[in-house]
Structures are given as C-alpha cells and as structure tokens.
Design a binder for this molecule. Structure first.
Ligand SMILES: *Cc1c(COP(=O)(O)O)cnc(C)c1O
Length: 404
C-alpha cells in the first residue's frame, strides 16, 4: 500500500468512532458495476453499498437529475409545497400500486415511521387500548440501528449497553407461520418482517410461508409490514420481493436503491388507512420529501424500469446462482439466492468468510462477509453476462484456494 492509502485508513481510525471494520481498500471513483481505489486498481462491486447502488455507480441519468435539481431548489421543508413531491408520490404509487406515501430519509427512519403509524392505526382504527399495542417481529431481524429498532433486535452486539429499550415487541422465529399464529393477540397491530433476511446471512423462508402469513394477518386484522429496504426495487429479480410470494403487504418500506445511492431517500407505502391516521404535527422530518431527494428518487425509479434492470437482475441472478452451484469446493456448505441477492455459506472449518473476501479483493472483487461464514454477493443490477462469468472465474479460484 502506498503512503496515501495508509494515511486515509489511519486518519479514519484516529478520528472516527470505530463502529465499522472495513476491508482495507480506499475507493475514490465508481462507474456502473466498477469501483476504483486511490491507486487506480479496479474492482467489481459485489456489495453495491448493501443494495443501495443497484442502478450502478454514478448512473448518468440520476446524476443529471441530481445536478439539474440542485441548481434549481434543494430544500423547502414541508412547511411549503415543492414542485417535485407530488410527482414523486404519483410515480412511486403507480410503480408499487400503493395508495399513500410517507417520504423519509434513511431506512431506519422509514421503519420507525411505520412502527409509529401502525401503533396509531391500532389505537384509532382497530381499537387497541392505549399503550397496549404489540408488534411481532422475527429473530435475527435487521431493520436498522435506532434505539427503537435495536429494542427488538436479537443480536447481542447491536443491543449490549444500549438499553433501556422500548417495550411492545414480541419476537418469533423467522419462517414459522405457526409461531406467528400463536403470538397474535387482540392487541397485535402489526407483523414486521423482511421477505428475505439480508443481514442475518440471506435467509430465504420456506415456500408458502408468506401465503400463510398473509392469511393470518388478514384474518386477525394485523397489518403486514414488509421491510423491502434491501429486497425491494428489483434486487431479487422482481420489483418487490413480495411478488415472488404472490402476496401484497399492507405497509411496504423502501430505501437504499430508491435513490440509486446518490442521497438518503426512504419511503413508507401503505395500501390502506395506516398512513391516513397521521395528522399535521404528529410526524415529520426536515429533509423528508425535499425536492432534491424527490428528483433523485424519480430518476432512480425511472432508470430501473426503462433500462430493464429488474429483468436483468432475474436473468443474471439465475446465471450467477447456477455458476456458483457449479463450483466444486469443499469449503462451500451452501449456495443460495434470489435474483442478484446471493450468498455463499462456507463450512466453519474453512476458517471464516473474511479471509476469502480479502483474497477476492486481491483478484478485483469486493464482497462482504456476513455472520462469519457467509460471503454475500449483490452486484449492481446492471451487471452483464460477461461480468458475471468474470466474477465466477475468480470466485472459483478463491473458494478452492488452500489457506493453510
Ligand atoms: C439497510 C436496512 C435498513 C436500514 O436502512 P438505513 O438506511 O441503514 O437506516 C432497514 N432494513 C433493512 C432490511 C435493511 O437492509
């Protein structure tokens, strides 16, 4: 490493809170599926900023929308109307088939906003006694990092010494519809769940799970809140992961790729009166729904559809999964995925995913280890067949590598 690279890393370590442990690469440029470090080395980005850069790095049309809007108007606050918000509402509602939209910034804020909204709905529409609302969530969930959200995390790392925590959550196993049925009480207002658990190491629920979940929620008048912040907007080869299950959520949460990685934009979408319970002054955000965010999100949604990225995610995801399954390495325990949300789970004896990710870095691929034994692979949705094959070749040599 040159002196300048070491300086960036050392300076971060010196001044920054050490709440991340990045792989030792300092990036300075990105285009499409590629990123470059400060030395000029090129890498295939197989993380896509946890699926926020699904449209590819620095997509020219999203960039143009950002620059054009930044010249005109960036922030008004919601104290005044702006000429982008209505268009954003109209376009995201049409794209997702939703009736109401609440614009926020980070994914965690969308989750918090959904929790507040379903509680309010529970008290004012369902008739739950005040202060008694219960929300059911799943073990090993990941919904963000705010205090409210870590209150119902089951990961000790994210909770230890951050309490006291918010009450009102019940935790059940993921993928178990009977557990949901048993956990529902007259005070249950919502079931908050990821269609595929991303941060837990890419856990795909059993077939038919969500059909049963949908039935149970409908029968018991419980709002089904799907956190599609990572799975949504084409990542799994469909616009929303719920489409694989043939169901519709009552509340859908989007974030990450909603801006194509340019800017934090998230949204709560609801198909019934959940968001309708909010009155002026009861919820808000200074930056939520600002014209710059709206212009960026509009362009990000437009290119996703116009450039066929969702279909490409399905096609290239199938190719990638097939290729990964073809790699004969005794380090591999399982390969799984849906669309371009893929994971290689290693045998514990292989010695951890981190060193494989570091070896991949040496071959021009940036991937992220997750939960010790899993390598997550989630390239931008604009990846081509040649690029998939290029990545597979390098993955094959790395996964068969002997580290001893
Ligand atoms: C990333 C993520 C979040 C949180 O989004 P932030 O923008 O980091 O706050 C919430 N839910 C899921 C499923 C995520 O993947």
């Amino acid at each position: 490493m040159s002196a300048s690279v070491i300086d960036f890393i050392a300076t971060e370590a010196r001044f920054g809170a050490h709440n991340y442990e990045p792989i030792g690469v300092v990036l300075s440029r990105g285009e499409g599926v590629w990123v470059w470090d400060t030395e000029g080395n090129r890498y295939l980005d197989c993380l896509s900023a946890y699926s926020a850069v699904s449209q590819g790095h620095c997509h020219p049309k999203i960039l143009a929308a950002l620059v054009e809007q930044a010249h005109r108007l960036t922030l008004t606050s919601r104290a005044f109307h702006n000429d982008q918000l209505a268009l954003f509402y109209e376009e995201i509602a049409a794209l997702t088939g939703s009736h109401k939209v609440l614009p926020m910034n980070s994914g965690a804020e969308a989750v918090e906003s959904a929790i507040k909204s379903v509680r309010k709905w529970g008290y004012e529409v369902k008739g739950v006694p005040d202060g008694q609302a219960e929300i059911i969530v799943c073990a090993n969930n990941f919904h963000g990092r705010t205090l409210g959200i870590v209150s119902f995390s089951t990961d000790p790392e994210t909770r230890t010494h951050f309490g006291p925590f918010a009450p009102g959550f019940r935790i059940i196993p993921f993928g178990d519809a009977v557990a949901l049925e048993d956990a529902i009480t007259p005070n249950t207002v919502a079931f908050l769940v990821e269609p595929i658990q991303g941060e837990a190491g890419l856990v795909i629920p059993p077939a038919g799970y969500f059909t049963k979940v949908r039935q149970l929620c409908t029968v018991n008048n419980v709002m089904l809140v799907l956190d599609e912040i990572q799975t949504g907007l084409g990542r799994t080869g469909k616009l929303l992961a719920e489409q694989h299950e043939g169901i519709e959520a009552d509340v859908t949460l989007l974030g990450k790729a909603l801006s194509g990685g340019f800017y934090p934009v998230s949204a709560v979408l609801s198909n019934n009166d959940v968001l309708g319970t909010l009155r002026p002054g009861q919820h808000g955000s200074t930056f939520g729904g600002n014209p710059l965010a709206c212009a960026v999100a509009r362009a990000a949604m437009r290119v996703l559809v116009e450039e066929g990225m969702i279909e490409n995610a399905a096609r290239q995801g199938a190719r990638f999964l097939e290729g990964l399954k073809g790699i004969r390495a005794n380090t591999i325990r399982e390969v799984r995925g849906r669309g371009l949300m893929l994971a290689v789970e290693l045998h514990p004896e292989a010695g951890g995913a981190r060193r494989y990710c570091e070896a991949l870095q040496g071959k021009g691929i940036l991937a992220k280890d997750t939960h010790e034994y899993t390598i997550r692979i989630a390239p931008p949705l604009v990846i081509t067949s040649d690029q998939v094959d290029w990545a597979l070749e390098r993955l094959a040599t790395t996964l068969t590598q002997d580290f001893s």
